[in-house]
Design a protein around this ligand. Structure first.
Ligand SMILES: [Cu+2]
Length: 492
């Protein structure tokens, strides 16, 4: 109709033209927003130091990869270097130096992972090279609805311009046909926009900037892998049909590991079904492996081994006494591997620990300059129990500056009774557990004065608990003993 009613043709055409341009430009703008960026934290126990890395994944196809290095714990002097490398190859560019101290001071370096596929972030301290696997995704193909918008809009605009040509306006039938073509094209474009998936524009949101020095958001971070694709390259087997199997961990110390001396503990991960090296761990709760090393003296080391080769990890430990040490490795495999705890043990030479008195139960004890009050009701096997710790500082002031650690305000690790009725890290009958504080952070992003943990003790007996929080970039560990009573016999 526009084409045949001459006085109205121009105005009508102008409206259609503007609509066409709007339809043409809108999808182009949203397509440009689909640059995937993920941010992931990972904690490394690298030699004698502890580093928290915040990695911003490069965009699809590869590019800049900023990494913020935050030393915490007991940071020894010396720098670390970081580089982006292809697995099995040397650095793509010169390694970048980041200071390994002082604690709590973040330092950003920018690496470049220039290409699609498997990469590693190599973090070296001069003795050990930690290799964090990442994957750079290929650019996503343009969705079909975007093509529909583009083709429909181009068709509509071209037909409309042709219909307005002076020579065509003299031929009403041709102008009518071109006008109809313009309407069809624009209808296609408008329909495609209207029916586009609602998530298209938000499918790959730009990650919010993360302050690596700030405490993570409160609550349970879950066991998701996070935005950064962080699986190592080669699955141990074809997971498409049966899913990944249980991980078997073997531990090996340096020759002649002795009490009182640091030793590197190497861990080999193999698939229990295939025997192949397991190299598909995902980052969960800010680490590839959460490792608890529990000594015969009842001490806990909660560390995060670094990956040095496919399926091989290493962490430095310093056993205080001789004897058998229990090793508990928490991890998640890609796919449907779920959360797994694999356990093993290693022996350390030297004098055995004297009979260590059990840690106190409920009540107040001084730990790392704070008063830690443990609140633990009488526990009964099979019933949920809440164990809480309230921290107070000098002068009795409540401690409210606990920092989030591994995405949580606090962690509780525990070891249950073995066959002898007491916690025994070398006895597989001793149940191992790891529970998170579920409280949210305060307005300042910190936690405290109280952290609390809910746990159902599976059976009666003596349990060793360790409550862990972070303050001033140091981990405070509060050992607690809980004696669990047997469940009452069911009434007939
Ligand atoms: Cu951990």
């Amino acid at each position: 109709m526009c084409a045949v009613i001459a006085p109205r043709v121009r105005a009508c055409a102008l409206v259609v033209l503007l609509a066409a341009l709007t339809a043409l430009l809108a999808p182009v703008a949203s397509a440009h927003e689909s640059t995937p960026v993920g941010v992931q934290r990972i904690e490394l126990s690298l030699g004698a130091r502890t580093l928290a890395l915040t990695i911003t994944a490069p965009p699809e196809g590869g590019g800049r990869m900023p990494v913020v290095v935050l030393p915490r714990g007991e940071a020894p002097p010396g720098d670390v270097t970081l580089a982006a490398v292809r697995p099995g190859e040397g650095p793509a560019t010169a390694p970048v130096v980041a200071p390994g101290a002082p604690v709590g001071q973040p330092h950003e370096v920018v690496l470049t992972a220039d290409g699609v596929g498997a990469w590693e972030i190599a973090v070296a301290d001069g003795a050990t090279v930690a290799r964090i696997p990442i994957t750079v995704a290929a650019p996503a193909p343009t969705p079909g609805w975007v093509w529909a918008v583009r083709i429909g809009a181009v068709l509509g605009v071209v037909a409309l311009i042709a219909a307005l040509a002076p020579s065509v306006r003299q031929r009403p039938r041709l102008a009518l046909a071109l006008g109809a073509a313009a309407i069809v094209g624009l209808t296609i474009a408008a329909t495609a926009v209207a029916t586009a998936p609602a998530t298209s524009a938000a499918a790959t949101p730009a990650a919010a900037p993360v302050d690596p020095a700030a405490a993570p958001a409160g609550g349970h971070a879950g066991h998701g892998g996070g935005a950064l694709p962080a699986t190592a390259g080669t699955p141990a087997s074809d997971m498409s049909a049966m899913g990944p199997g249980a991980v078997v961990v073997t531990a090996r110390t340096g020759p002649g590991a002795q009490a009182g001396a640091p030793t590197d503990l190497e861990l080999d991960l193999t698939d229990g079904s295939t025997g192949a090296a397991v190299d598909d761990l995902t980052i969960h709760d800010d680490a590839l492996i959460h490792l608890a090393v529990i000594g015969p003296d009842g001490r806990l080391a909660h560390v995060h081994p670094v990956r040095i080769a496919p399926g091989r990890y290493v962490v430095r430990v310093q056993p205080a006494t001789g004897g058998r040490y229990g090793v508990f490795a928490e991890m998640e495999r890609a796919g449907d591997g779920g959360h797994q705890v694999a356990r093993t043990a290693f022996d350390v030479g030297g004098p055995a620990a004297p009979a260590t008195p059990a840690a106190p139960g409920a009540g107040v004890r001084e730990v790392a300059g704070t008063d830690a009050e443990v609140i633990a009701p009488a526990a009964v096997a099979g019933r949920p129990t809440r164990v809480s710790v309230a921290f107070t500082g000098g002068g009795g002031a409540p401690v409210t500056d606990l920092q989030g650690w591994l995405g949580m305000g606090g962690h509780l690790m525990l070891l249950g009774p073995g066959l002898r009725g007491v916690p025994d890290p070398g006895d597989p009958a001793s149940a191992f557990g790891h529970v998170h504080d579920m409280g949210a952070a305060g307005p300042a992003g910190t936690y405290g004065p109280q952290v609390g943990f809910d746990y159902t003790f599976p059976r009666a007996g003596r349990y060793a608990l360790w409550v862990q929080v972070q303050r001033d970039w140091q981990i405070i560990t509060v050992p607690v003993t809980v004696d669990v009573a047997p469940a009452a016999a069911p009434t007939p």
